[in-house]
Design a protein around this ligand. Structure first.
Ligand code: SF4
Ligand code: SF4
Length: 244
């Protein structure tokens, strides 16, 4: 399985971007910025399924406990898997073997939890972190050693195949952010950054940067909910604003 289909590699990217710690070949960026587009909402629509490829679905033990309660009939599809993040070994629960088998049989195979009739996720109430985190992007620009947190459609998504065989994706990002949207994004997406902080602590990595990200997002939400505008882009390390 190439690293793109191993969801742990996506998690590694998230953790390196939101900390000051390199891991394997990924370098932590010197600069981290938050784009106002983070406050957009998005909708996943029926009969698409274009982004639901045969990625590994990986759960840490606490997540898997919740999963078991909601989808007891699917528990047997997951096996313990030893991973390594920041040089520390850990055991998670994963369908890694099955997703690898699917990819080996067919490079364009879909996720085993995708309902092929309607394109909806069959474990939507507790799908893996990487599924939930989409369409948030931690976009890395290695030449500038810079990461920008934003929310946007998938790159090259016009080439992707939906359930009916046609190309392109149905998901839509909604902008500008109304107060309702800000509240929705705050309640849905901010906990993802708390989760990344939890994982950084789990692997004993400094959490200063993720704390800055969380506090900046919290203060942006307060401003937007009070009816104030926010800068299009904020660089959190230096406090510099309006870079573009
Ligand atoms: S678990 Fe659900 S959301 Fe994630 S890739 Fe599979 S079908 Fe899509
Ligand atoms: S590409 Fe967009 S609309 Fe299609 S399944 Fe993925 S998130 Fe949903």
């Amino acid at each position: 399985m190439n690293s793109y289909f191993d969801s742990i590699e996506k998690i590694r990217h998230y953790l390196v971007m939101t900390s000051y710690q390199d891991d394997k070949e990924i370098k932590s960026p010197k600069r981290f910025s938050i784009s106002k587009t983070f406050w957009r909402d998005y909708k996943c629509l029926e009969n698409c399924g274009a982004c639901c490829r045969a990625f590994s679905m990986d759960f840490w033990e606490d997540e898997f406990e919740e999963f078991k309660k909601i989808y007891p009939e699917k528990v047997e599809l997951f096996k313990p898997r030893v991973i390594e993040l920041f040089g520390k070994k850990d055991t998670i629960f994963s369908n890694y073997e099955e997703s690898t088998r699917r990819l080996e049989e067919n490079n364009f195979e879909r996720c085993q939890f995708l309902n092929k009739e309607n394109g909806w996720c069959m474990i939507h109430e507790k799908n893996a972190f990487t599924c939930q985190f989409e369409l948030n992007r931690l976009q890395y620009f290695p030449k500038q050693s810079r990461c920008i947190l934003n929310k946007k459609k998938f790159r090259n998504s016009w080439r992707w195949t939906k359930m009916d065989g046609t190309k392109g994706v149905y998901c839509d990002t909604l902008f500008p952010a109304s107060k309702d949207v800000v509240e929705k994004v705050l309640n849905r997406d901010l906990p993802y950054f708390q989760r990344l902080k939890y994982l950084l602590k789990r692997y004993k990595i400094n959490t200063e940067r993720i704390e800055l990200i969380i506090s900046t997002l919290t203060s942006q939400a307060e401003n937007l909910l009070q009816g104030n505008d926010i800068d299009d882009i904020v660089e959190i390390e230096s406090g510099m604003k309006n870079l573009f």
